[in-house]
Design a protein around this ligand. Structure first.
Ligand SMILES: *[C@@H]1O[C@H](CO)[C@@H](O)[C@H](O)[C@H]1NC(C)=O
Ligand SMILES: *[C@@H]1O[C@H](CO)[C@@H](O)[C@H](O)[C@H]1NC(C)=O
Ligand SMILES: *[C@@H]1O[C@H](CO)[C@@H](O)[C@H](O)[C@H]1NC(C)=O
Length: 171
């Protein structure tokens, strides 16, 4: 048993070395190579959004997700509404789940009673159909989405857009 362990160890350390964090933690590619927002971009987005939040004197929650709608970064500006934590994340998620084809506000009209997509917000574990979720495009690719919540819809959109503009564009 002991000799088996000794034999196994070099294999184990080789496996670990091949799959180290430096070698992309088992995935073999970086978010940048996958056209997905990376952590450096996420920090820039959040920093710009915080600046705009302070400019407008409206404390907000800021969420950044990748194209699969998975969270990459989140920040709550001091005193932003706790109830907006979930809204900010669901706004970003709503945009990502439709590949950035429209901002969250793009669903507003069609989700009203009697309209074609009525109750769409009840799908996918909860969507948000008003403004404040915007796509992030860079070099022609949809790389993720930003969701902001805490101000009026117009303020949330303005803050989210300021965040996106730090690394790309919203279209
Ligand atoms: C993150 O994305 C930026 C912008 O596309 C890129 O310049 C940078 O190299 C990326 N960082 C890593 C660690 O890949
Ligand atoms: C915040 O306001 C300053 C001063 O007016 C301006 O230079 C800066 O661009 C604003 N920030 C954002 C993110 O719009
Ligand atoms: C929603 O409807 C309003 C009023 O009819 C219109 O001004 C607005 O452009 C529409 N928004 C979208 C995203 O289609």
């Amino acid at each position: 048993m002991f000799s088996k362990l000794i034999c196994a160890l070099p294999f184990l350390s080789l496996t670990l070395a091949q799959n180290s964090v430096a070698n992309n933690n088992y995935l073999g590619s970086t978010p940048f190579e996958r056209h997905s927002v990376n952590h450096t971009q996420t920090l820039s987005i959040i920093e710009a959004a915080v600046e705009e939040s302070l400019n407008l004197s409206i404390p907000v929650n800021i969420a950044v997700v990748d194209p699969s709608a998975l969270l990459v970064g989140f920040l709550r500006v001091d005193n932003a509404y706790p109830g907006s934590i979930d809204i900010a994340q669901k706004k970003s998620r709503t945009v990502a789940l439709f590949n950035g084809a429209f901002p969250s506000a793009g669903l507003y009209n069609s989700s009203q009673p009697g309209a074609a997509l009525y109750a769409i917000e009840q799908t996918n574990g909860g969507l948000v159909v008003f403004g404040g979720g915007v796509p992030i495009f860079a070099d022609g690719y949809f790389i993720g989405a930003v969701g902001v919540s805490g101000g009026t819809v117009d303020q949330d959109i303005q803050i989210a857009t300021a965040g996106v503009n730090a690394v790309g564009s919203t279209t």
